[in-house]
Design a protein around this ligand. Structure first.
Ligand SMILES: [Mg+2]
Ligand SMILES: [Zn+2]
Length: 186
């Protein structure tokens, strides 16, 4: 598990945990591999700016198995990370921390979602009660990770993306991060 922390820590009024690919930026079936392939959604940048204005800190929780699959170099990975941080800051947002799992599924690590470990680690770092925490992601494994961590999972289903799979249970679904943030903090 890789943990990046912003410094210095501002005193936040609250925290929200957010998946990266498919929520903050466009995902791709062959992995978002470098900064040229990293395209933040305008609505996500607006959402992160709104959170910042409300003094709610955003924490990124992201599987990045492309690293250990040999598809993403460490240089490219950190360049993407830096690009995300600066793009978010330029639009008025802020990211307090980012936790990444670099492992492939066959490595059977402890941190890859749907394991709750990255969410749990973020909660410990920032003294967040998982029962009060919200994790927003676009994959079923995000919702499972949230459930495994004992926090509320909220799903993003972008309407600009085609096929829908079956929704389960009572998971709240929003069409993008901006709608989700407005739905959670009206
Ligand atoms: Mg995702
Ligand atoms: Zn891992």
């Amino acid at each position: 598990m890789l943990v990046w922390l912003d410094s210095p820590q501002a005193a936040a009024r609250g925290f929200i945990l957010i998946d990266r690919d498919g929520v903050v930026n466009e995902n791709r079936p062959d992995y978002v591999k470098n900064v040229r392939e990293f395209h933040a959604y305008p609505d996500a940048l607006q959402a992160l700016a709104l959170l910042n204005r409300r003094n709610i800190s955003a924490i990124i929780i992201s599987n990045q198995s492309g690293i250990n699959r040999g598809l993403i170099s460490w240089d490219d990975f950190w360049q993407m990370h830096d690009a995300m941080i600066s793009e978010v800051e330029q639009s008025g947002g802020k990211i307090a921390a980012a936790l990444y799992c670099p492992h492939r599924p066959d490595e059977l690590c402890g941190c890859r979602k749907p394991s709750p470990d990255m969410i749990s680690a973020a909660c410990r770092l920032f003294e967040i009660d998982p029962r009060q925490a919200i994790f927003i992601g676009d994959s079923i494994t995000d919702i499972e990770a949230a459930a495994n961590a004992g926090c509320l999972g909220i799903r993003i289903r972008r309407t600009d993306e085609g096929s829908l799979d079956v929704e389960r249970g009572s998971t709240q679904v929003f069409s993008n991060l901006a709608d989700a943030v407005l739905g959670i903090y009206p």
